[in-house]
Design a protein around this ligand. Structure first.
Ligand SMILES: [Zn+2]
Ligand SMILES: [Zn+2]
Length: 351
């Protein structure tokens, strides 16, 4: 990784917008890609500009751009579709069937860690006033919104309760109190759920404190005997959101899922899964649903903005307090190598 000079991007199409980057987020996906295989550059390039979570301010809009103007605070969606499959052709590259998509900052397309970025207005999301400063949280929060939306869709198969009301009073477990786990907890609390979050950090540290301030409950897995999770929470969980952890411990949590429950697999990982057939029998006997969810579409960014505005009314300034480690662009190595447990969310400040 290096900090390098690149030509300034220019508006080239009538529907392009150009924005000055204010800050970018560093997340577990960046660190995972770095440790696993390294970032894959775009065609015709031998390196990739990182950064897929961004807050920026428009400085120029092409003549055919409507509804956006210089000065607007914005963020951008990151996945660019293959344009060959059905979902991509109707603007849902998050559900791409060929896998031949590009993701800005993650692979095959440059990201947002630069002073200026140019993109099509179709990929630009305007931030409403009051939550302008939360732009960096929009992309991770949009993936949470998509996953919960999928779970709500799955709940519609249940007799009587289904869809949005299903969350009311629902006992939910979030595995992992990292930024995504905390955002998922916040989204669930806002939907009226009873939230339990499990991790292996000290209960007096920043993450559990942030969680408790929004009404979530924290469980330190190190203090719990195996299999006692649902007992500690007062019963099995109607929804489990796996935001961290290796595959084996994720599958272990399946036994804590209530009948008719929904399990969301969100964090991929390496390692063996050892289990006998009773794991699958439990899923069958419990009429349970397992969902894998990745990426997001513009509609999920809209949901994220609504949810952030709701959170801002309920707990002013609290979502912003997730961003508690800021680095200058020249210190990007520190930002990427920062111990993820030391802070909640790391950002690079481009101002
Ligand atoms: Zn991310
Ligand atoms: Zn596709």
């Amino acid at each position: 990784m290096k900090y390098a000079q690149r030509p300034e991007p220019e508006v080239s199409a009538a529907t392009d917008v150009k924005a000055a980057v204010l800050s970018t987020g560093v997340c577990g996906t960046d660190r995972e890609v770095l440790s696993r295989k390294g970032f894959i550059p775009p065609d015709n390039s031998n390196f990739l500009i990182t950064g897929h979570e961004v807050l920026a301010r428009l400085v120029e809009t092409g003549p055919d751009v409507e509804g956006l103007m210089p000065g607007d605070f914005v963020t951008f969606t990151i996945r660019r579709g293959c344009e060959a499959c059905g979902p991509c052709r109707i603007g849902r590259p998050d559900m791409c069937e060929t896998g031949r998509y590009a993701e800005r900052g993650l692979g095959y397309a440059d990201g947002f860690n630069s002073e200026f970025v140019v993109d099509s207005a179709a990929n630009c999301v305007k931030l409403p006033s009051g939550i302008e400063r939360l732009g960096v949280l929009c992309e991770p929060f949009s993936t949470v919104q998509k996953a919960l939306n999928e779970a709500a869709e799955a709940s519609r198969r249940l007799p009587e309760t289904g869809g949005a009301p299903w969350f009311h009073g629902l006992r939910c477990l979030v595995m992992g109190a990292g930024p995504v786990g905390l955002l998922a907890s916040m989204a669930l609390v806002l939907r009226g759920a009873e939230v339990w979050c499990v991790d292996i950090v000290d209960e007096r540290s920043a993450r559990p404190q942030w969680l408790r301030a929004i009404g979530g409950n924290y469980i330190d897995a190190r203090k719990l005997k195996p299999g006692k999770l649902s007992e500690a929470a007062g019963g099995k969980f109607g929804l489990i959101y796996q935001a961290a952890g290796d595959p084996e411990s994720a599958c272990g949590l399946l036994r804590s899922l209530a009948p008719n429950g929904v399990f969301i697999f969100f964090a991929s990982g390496r390692g063996m899964i050892r289990s006998d057939g009773s794991l699958i029998t439990g899923i069958i006997d419990g009429n349970q649903t397992l969902i894998g969810s990745i990426s997001s579409a513009p509609r999920h960014f809209t949901m994220a903005l609504e949810s952030l505005a709701h959170a801002e009314l309920k707990w002013p300034g609290h979502a912003r307090s997730l961003l508690n480690a800021e680095f200058a662009p020249a210190d990007f190595k520190k930002a990427y190598r920062e111990d993820p447990l030391k802070n909640i969310k790391t950002v690079i400040d481009w101002r």
